[in-house]
Design a protein around this ligand. Structure first.
Ligand code: PAF
Length: 281
């Protein structure tokens, strides 16, 4: 795997890949890789495709008081994992290369950014959309792979790609989970043993709620039961919401794909998870 840290070398390496007539698939990450990221690499590996991963801990998507300084950085372990997974090229820009002095442009996607994560993390999706657009322009991939765990992020990127005419196929990859069901996340390492044991209540509460809604039970009561279950398990609940899987609007219709999403804090660690209803994607 080639590891590239400057723009000129990236352009040369991409030109060489493209000269072989291959498609390029991009897997953008912030590092601290786990099996969820490797599933993205695996999904991206197709015949005739070269896989480019990027690692960039994007300061612009962290709000004041969020965990930028303590966000895990494990470059050597990440490089080893990507090499073993068969990734072809790693793009590792520094903050100065991504946001040189004078950088003044930001992308704001309206609508899908406004509730859920967007409500409690102002500016977060502007940072995500801006850096993903820059990565798309730097790498020029044919396809880009994102995990469904960050379901709202996926919706934001799909919207941006459609609105700004990026000629890129956006592929969502199902959430990878530990054996007990907890969604894999770089932030899980912050949980101590007791918190980790309690955290499994999050996917379980979503599963129970999704089944109850699927049976036709009253959505308001089901969501409030799920919040109570999470609180009793030791979470401080941010939201548990049922939304339309495409627009993320809370106005849902039972025969359209729907998604149940939750965010809750266990100690100082904020976890998110989501589950499909009606095969909502
Ligand atoms: O999901 C992530 O790791 C990040 O939000 C992304 C898409 C790499 C943008 O920084």
């Amino acid at each position: 795997m080639q590891v590239i840290r400057d723009r000129e070398a990236l352009a040369e390496a991409l030109a060489a890949l493209r000269a072989e007539g291959t498609r390029v698939a991009l897997v953008p990450t912030m590092g601290a890789l786990h099996a969820g990221h490797i599933a993205l690499i695996e999904a991206a590996k197709r015949p005739g495709t070269k896989v480019v991963a990027s690692i960039f801990v994007n300061p612009r998507q962290f709000g004041a008081g969020e965990d930028l300084s303590r966000y895990p950085r494990r470059e050597l372990a990440d490089i080893r994992m990507l090499t073993e997974a068969g990734c072809d090229l790693l793009w590792l820009p520094g903050v100065d290369a991504m946001y040189p002095e004078g950088h003044a442009t930001s992308i704001r996607v309206a609508g899908v950014t406004e509730g859920l994560e967007g409500a409690s993390r102002p500016g977060h999706f502007d940072g995500v959309a801006t850096v993903v657009a820059k990565l798309f322009n730097q790498v020029g991939p044919d396809a880009a792979y994102f995990g469904e765990k960050d379901f709202q992020q996926l919706a934001v990127i799909r919207r941006m790609v459609a609105d700004l005419d990026f000629p890129i196929e956006v592929v969502g990859v199902p959430t990878q989970r530990d054996d007990d069901g907890l969604a894999l996340s770089s932030r899980n390492i912050y949980l101590d043993e007791e918190q980790r044991a309690k955290a499994v209540a999050l996917p379980r509460a979503l599963g129970v709620a999704a089944r109850a809604i699927g049976r036709g039970e009253d959505v308001g009561s089901v969501l409030s039961d799920a919040r109570a279950t999470l609180t009793a398990a030791g979470f401080e609940v941010d939201y548990v919401e049922l939304v339309d899987a495409a627009s993320l609007s809370p106005d849902t219709v039972a025969d359209r794909p729907r998604r149940l999403l939750a965010a809750a804090r266990m100690g100082s660690t904020r976890l998110i998870d989501n589950i499909a209803l009606n095969d909502g994607a």
